[in-house]
Structure formats: structure tokens, C-alpha cells
Design a binder for this molecule. Structure first.
Ligand code: KG4
Ligand code: ZN
Length: 347
């Protein structure tokens, strides 16, 4: 059966990405160009640098995604692009490129919410990165943990998502990245802290778990302050073992709260399925602890393969493909008035 193929384009932050996904949710190609090296000297994403870098890369990345899928633009049934939330200058680059492809080939253009795409990425099928795994049935609870967001959603169906609670201050990824910067570990901190923690003692130091009486809300600013005070007091550990202990202890404080509150949401909503997603869902300890505690309380825990946790365009194309299949998308040639949105709540 010939599938309707959708091109996805993502440029909300510091990854330029394009992908081709069918309406069967099979990923035909998934190309991501990271800008980590460009932002590393500044210890965080510099919006102007991100926009300029997207400009130079977006067309070759789109061509690369079409080539890897072994199709031409004429074979597409539609184009999906991240509309928000994200850096407006960065979003506009992907949006304009997607509009150009849609206009030139008379295709419908679908604007996709980046957060919704993270939550639905678990439903994609990617033979290149995926071991066979089961996919969650609806409804499921989604724990979305990324550099900009930390929230729990109830996902009832495609396009039917409800926010249950979110962070009052920093996002989980932001908190890890800030800790890594304080400890001089490099950028982005998440994967570095993950690797260093593997050899560490998670109970070496006790860091605070915030808001125990607000089960659906998170706060990581207290953890950040506690870590800063710890470093001011004890200095940055010099030996590898001591550094590993500090990383593992900080990571544990964060991951413990995330898993605890996500499973609490499953219990209070009586939904025994949890999906963890977003860049921080690539974290080894979060993945292990969620599976372990989920199993103990009878909750199925689903996690996308790591390349579908961090920013990518396959998740954008997947949501676009379902929107088109369900007839929510505009007709050919429409959607060209789509604008970027720095903040864009789901629903
Ligand atoms: O979803 P994402 O790629 O971009 C946003 O939408 O924000 O998430 C990026 C965040 C960064 O804070 C990064 O440090 C974190 O995800 N991250 C990780 C890991 N890989 C990426 N955090 C912990 N462990 C990891 N392995
Ligand atoms: Zn993201």
C-alpha cells in the first residue's frame, strides 16, 4: 500500500532537523544537525547564533531527509513544521523553509506544537534506532522533561491532551545544564552528567526534593541553590570518584522527584501507562528508575529510543501525518499564513 509521506521540519531551538514519516508512523528518514559546538563557548543557547545557523543548514537538511527517504518533494503529501514554543527567530527559519516547499509543490502545510510532538514521539516506528517495543494504548500519562519544559499531561488521543501540572520555575534539563556549568563540566550538561554519574554513589550527598505536598507541580530552583551552596562550601571535587558522586547525587534528586510525581499522576488519574519524553528522557537513570518503580506499582512505562527523545523532526512529521489523516489540516496551498509562537500551550 502506498503511504502518504509527510516532510517534517524542526528549528525551535538549537537543532536543525528534517524527517520524512508515513501515515503509518514509520520513520523513513530523520536528519538532525546539532549546534552544540557553536553554543558551547557561551554555556547556553545564544538565540542569534541559533537563527543564523538554522539559515545556513535548513535547506541541505531538508534535501538530506528527502534523499535518505529516497523520494523527491513531488512524492510528499504534506509538510509539517514546528510553530512553537521556542525561539521566535529560530522558529521562523524552519517555518519559512517549510512554507517554500509547501508553496512550490502545492502541498498542505501543518503547524505543529513542539511539546505535543515530544509527547507523541513514543508512537513512531523507527527501524534504524528502535528495538522492537510495544507502544502505549490511549490514554497515557506523559512526563515531558526537556531543556525548556517540565510537565505532566494526560494524553487521551491524538490531538486530545490535557495539562495536569508543570514546573513553577526551572525545567529539569535547564537545572542539569546549570549544575554542569557551575561545576565546569561543559555544555550541554545533561549527557555529560549522565555519563559521569554512572560510576558515582547516588546517596553520597542529600539534595532537596521540592514541593512534596504539591504532587503535580515541580520546582528545581531550590535544588539549584542547594548545589551552588554545596559547591561554594566544598569546592568542585577534584578526583574522578568524588565528581562522579556529586553528579550522581544531584541527578538522583532530580530524577527521584520526576518519577515520583509522574507515577503519582498515574495513580490519581487511574491510568496505568506512563510515557517519559523530551531530551531529559534520554537520561539513563531516569529511564531505569521509571521502569523499576513503574513495574513495582503496576504501571507500564514507555520510553522512545533516545534519538526520538531529544529534538528531532520525525516527531513533528508524525503529528502532521496524523493531523492530515484526520482531516484537521488545511487543503493544498493553505497554511501559508502560519506564524511562529514563542509560547504555545497545548490545546
Ligand atoms: O528536548 P530537548 O532536546 O530540547 C528542548 O526542547 O529543550 O532537550 C534538551 C535538554 C537539555 O537540557 C539537555 O541537557 C537534556 O535535554 N539532555 C539530557 C540528556 N540528553 C539531553 N539530560 C540528562 N541526561 C541526558 N542523557
Ligand atoms: Zn524539545
Amino acid at each position: 500500500m502506498t503511504r502518504r509521506l509527510i516532510l517534517g521540519v524542526e528549528s525551535s531551538c538549537d537543532e536543525t532537523a528534517a524527517a520524512v514519516v508515513g501515515d503509518d508512523l514509520v520513520v523513513r528518514s530523520n536528519v538532525v544537525a546539532s549546534q552544540d559546538a557553536l553554543h558551547a563557548p557561551y554555556g547556553g543557547v545564544v538565540p542569534e547564533i541559533a537563527s543564523r545557523s538554522h539559515l545556513g543548514r535548513v535547506i541541505p537538511i531538508i534535501e538530506g531527509a528527502l534523499d535518505r527517504a529516497e523520494i523527491g518533494a513531488a512524492d510528499l503529501a504534506g509538510v509539517a513544521v514546528t510553530r512553537g514554543p521556542g525561539l521566535v527567530g529560530a522558529l521562523l527559519v524552519g517555518l519559512q523553509a517549510a512554507k517554500a516547499v509547501a508553496f512550490a509543490h502545492h502541498l498542505p502545510l501543518v503547524g505543529v506544537n513542539h511539546l505535543e510532538a515530544h509527547l507523541m514521539a513514543v508512537l513512531l516506528v523507527d527501524g534504524e534506532v528502535d528495538r522492537p517495543r510495544s507502544r502505549p494504548a490511549f490514554p497515557f500519562v506523559g512526563l515531558l522533561v526537556s531543556g525548556g519544559h517540565t510537565a505532566i499531561y494526560l494524553v487521551r488521543d491524538w490531538g486530545d491532551l490535557k495539562l495536569i501540572g508543570e514546573t513553577r520555575d526551572d525545567a529539569a534539563g535547564e537545572a542539569i545544564d546549570k549544575f554542569a556549568r557551575m561545576a565546569g563540566l561543559g555544555y550541554p550538561g545533561g549527557p555529560i552528567v549522565d555519563t559521569l554519574s554512572a560510576a558515582g554513589n547516588r546517596a553520597a550527598w542529600a539534595f532537596p526534593r521540592a514541593l512534596p505536598r504539591a504532587p503535580t507541580e515541580f520546582s528545581f530552583s531550590g535544588l539549584k541553590t542547594a548545589v551552588r551552596t554545596h559547591i561554594e562550601h566544598h569546592g568542585i571535587p577534584e578526583g574522578d570518584a568524588a565528581l562522579a558522586d556529586l553528579c550522581a547525587s544531584v541527578q538522583e534528586a532530580l530524577v527521584d522527584v520526576l518519577v515520583d510525581k509522574a507515577l503519582h499522576a498515574c495513580a490519581s488519574l487511574t491510568v496505568p501507562r506512563l510515557v517519559i519524553c523530551g531530551g531529559v528522557a534520554a537520561n539513563s537513570r531516569l529511564r531505569a528508575l521509571a521502569s523499576e518503580r513503574g513495574e513495582a506499582v503496576g504501571v507500564e512505562v514507555h520510553q522512545p529510543p533516545r534519538p526520538l527523545c531529544t529534538d528531532n523532526a520525525a516527531m513533528i512529521a508524525g503529528v502532521g501525518a496524523m493531523a492530515l489523516a484526520q482531516g484537521q489540516a488545511p487543503s493544498p496551498g493553505a497554511g501559508l499564513d502560519l506564524n511562529a509562537a514563542a509560547t504555545l500551550p497545548i490545546g
